[in-house]
Write a protein that binds this ligand. Sequence first.
Ligand code: Q46
Ligand code: ZN
Length: 312
Amino acid sequence: MKCRICGQPASINLRSHKTAFCETDFLHFFERRVRTTIRKYRLVGKDDRPVVAVSGGKDSLSLWYLLSRMGIAADGIYVDLGIGDYSRVSLEKIKAVADRLGRKVFIFHVRDIFQMGIGEVARAIRRVPCSACGMIKRYVMNRVCMDRGYNLLLTGHNLDDEAAALFGNVLYWKKEYLWRKDIVLEEKEGHLSRKAKPFFLCSEREVAAYAIISGIDYIYEECPFSKGAKTLTYKGILGRLEESSPGTKLMFIKGYLNELRQMKMHDEAAGEAKEVIYCETCGYPTLGGQCGFCWTLKKLGLSYRVEFEEYG
Ligand code: Q46
Ligand code: ZN
């Protein structure tokens, strides 16, 4: 197979786009697509002060690197979950990219604040690790935005992540989550910062190829708590569908975005604003009383404290 642009032997075959590229032309193709997505959905404006949620994996580190190549200067934020070597190696990879880009990274150490790792925190509050982790990460990321003057949080979620999550929400008709996902979430929805996902329409395989070709050293291991996660099963099912009908995942997600746009326009026209309640301890949006973060600290007998190590 030959590269569509230069005719040299192709290194990556993109069946969902019915095309193939050599390494150099793939990089241009990928960056152009992300740039188009950012413009089309107005993910980053010239007055924005963005921060990237980095995990040490290919998605977030690639995003951080690509933004820098586009001239979008963004610092990073990492939540160190205190999971042994996994967290330690992740942080090493993040610091290497921070050095390469000349950017700063804020590091929140779960063990410093909660005096235990995420697995033990989850057990203490009787939640599964991923649920405790999600709650703490969301809180900490918003805190960095509020305290350090960032107005936009960018994450590396890719097409496969979003398609798997949507598939799960549709399969079990989780209406409370179904229409919450979006490529960009405005702050008026109860979020303290805008949130955007520039890789929403890029597959995991494309992002991995971009990372490898760009020489980004990322952590290959998955978080040990991801083992047995349902989203991995959904990814497998969608992967098989994609194999027999290339482009299915992209159609699924684009169709969802179109439906969502129409619903949001309808809601705005009907003036259906939802009331937001704020945590009585820290002021974070919550369902009532204390937010999950403050409640967890209280449950563990700890006082409210949020601190970050700053690197770079
Ligand atoms: S949620 Fe769960 Fe991930 Fe947190 S505990 Fe690990 S697998 S890192 S995206
Ligand atoms: Zn709170």
